[in-house]
Write a protein that binds this ligand. Structure first.
Ligand code: NDP
Length: 407
């Protein structure tokens, strides 16, 4: 985690003492966006809304922009601009669209930018916010999977503050003793195991979209829900943790914990293990990213361990869930492998969501794309954002070709 060198002290928002903190939400119409806006609406004296963005859902964006009296509303899809403009006519809210509009939203003066766009589509706008030296509450893990070192370098160079919104990484943040970092043996991220945790390999072979979209514990956007079912999500999170906490691959582990109450465990060399527990509710890690290092009351349901009775743990099975093995291998390989993994996965998940491929084709597509790019010597570390996006394009092409072959 990059340090909080220009932390805004709790209760003293930004450079305007006494004024509410200005928050921008990139990906405001999604699941993390909704949880963030719910938190902001509960404390209007503490927070105001700067920019809100969406991909293409102009109707929902306009509703949220009016509700939260945003300064600026931006839709990524230029085709949705006219609808957004019409919906916000007379509101006084500025409207923009396309990549330049997203840049404008990311660069608008704000005390914190919540990066909650799904996929690598969020990388450029989040980098733009980083370049302003803002506090970034990062949900968009694909930024770190695709561009980890580049992203972290930019955070340091621009003096930005990076706070994670992912619940497991928030758990690590809360149990990671920076003053004892040399004494840390292992960081473990827990995984619910998803809807297919108890399914045999043969049953997983026939998994349907409807079943894959039924996450046992969390209500999230479609892409991360499928990533949870394949367990690619946990693999992406390992890569995210590697960069956030500056760890080695061999210091990172996954533990299946179906109740999603323990989010992360940090083991020290003296044998002590510190764990973070909370009800599964994204508003807790989001709130913490907004207020860190301070804590504020949240609407997250209190834990009642006596009522829960027992918490269970089991090893992750990388045979039935090969996506986790692939992510681990890409993390160990480094270079461009994680960017390619992410891009191929995005293509395969989109195909599965559109019912154009089987569930098990997702991991097969990712594996095939990585093999094809490795064979072509295309997995070197890209040196800049353009290089990352070029590699991302190559991996997408390879994945699309494999999906066509898989039928
Ligand atoms: P959703 O699918 O619910 O929301 C995604 C948001 O991104 C929407 O606002 C969507 O707009 C916008 N968007 C989609 N495509 C584009 C694009 N091409 N350009 C700009 N904006 C776009 O996702 P989640 O909220 O579930 O997840 C967001 C991120 O947070 C992901 O990276 C995920 O891994 C991470 N995360 C999510 C958690 C969760 O509980 N949901 C937990 C931890 C991490 P539109 O509505 O118009 O499509």
């Amino acid at each position: 985690m990059v340090s909080v060198s220009r932390a805004v002290p709790d209760g003293q928002p930004g450079s305007r003492p006494g004024a509410p903190q200005r928050i921008s939400v990139l990906g405001a119409t999604g699941s993390v966006g909704a949880s963030t806006l719910d938190l902001l609406a509960r404390e209007p004296e503490r927070y105001s809304v700067a920019a809100l963005t969406a991909g293409s859902n102009a109707t929902e964006l306009a509703i949220k922009a009016r509700q939260h009296q945003a300064q600026l509303a931006v839709v990524a899809d230029p085709a949705a601009y006219a609808a957004l403009k019409a919906d916000l006519a007379g509101s006084g809210i500025a409207v923009a669209a396309g990549p330049s509009g997203l840049d404008e939203a990311a660069a608008l003066a704000a005390d914190c930018v919540v990066a909650a766009i799904v996929g690598v589509a969020g990388l450029r706008p989040t980098m733009k916010a980083v370049a302003q030296g803002r506090r970034i509450a990062l949900a968009n893990k694909e930024c770190l999977v695709s561009a980890g070192s580049l992203f972290m370098d930019a955070v340091r160079r621009h003096g930005a503050e990076l706070l994670t919104v992912d619940s497991e990484h928030s758990g690590v943040l809360q149990t990671f003793e920076h003053h004892n970092r040399d004494e840390i043996a292992c960081v473990t991220l827990t995984a619910s195991g998803g809807p297919f945790r108890t399914w045999s390999a043969a049953e997983i072979e026939g998994a349907t979209l409807e079943k894959a979209l039924k996450h046992p514990n969390w209500s999230m956007g479609a892409k991360i829900t499928i990533d949870s079912a394949t367990m690619m999500n946990k693999g992406l999170e390992l890569i995210e943790a590697l960069h956030l906490f500056d760890l080695r691959p061999d210091q990172l582990a996954v533990l299946v914990h179906p109740q999603s109450i323990v989010h992360a465990l940090v083991e020290y060399r003296d044998g002590s293990v510190l764990a973070q527990l909370a009800s599964p509710d994204m508003r807790l890690p989001i709130a913490l990213a907004l207020t860190w290092p301070a804590r504020r009351p949240t609407p997250t349901p209190r834990l009642d361990l006596a009522k829960l009775g027992s918490l269970t743990f089991e090893a992750a099975d990388e045979v039935r869930f090969p996506a986790l093995r692939l992510a681990r291998a890409a993390m160990a390989q480094g270079g461009g492998a994680t960017a390619a993994l992410n891009a191929a996965n995005e293509v395969a998940v989109a195909a599965f969501l559109a019912k154009r491929c089987k569930f098990v084709h997702i991991a097969r597509t990712v594996e095939g794309a990585l093999e094809a790019l490795a064979a072509g010597g295309q997995l070197q570390v890209p040196s800049d954002l353009e290089g990352i996006m070029a590699l991302d394009d190559e991996a997408r092409r390879a994945a699309t070709a494999i999906l066509a072959r898989l039928g």
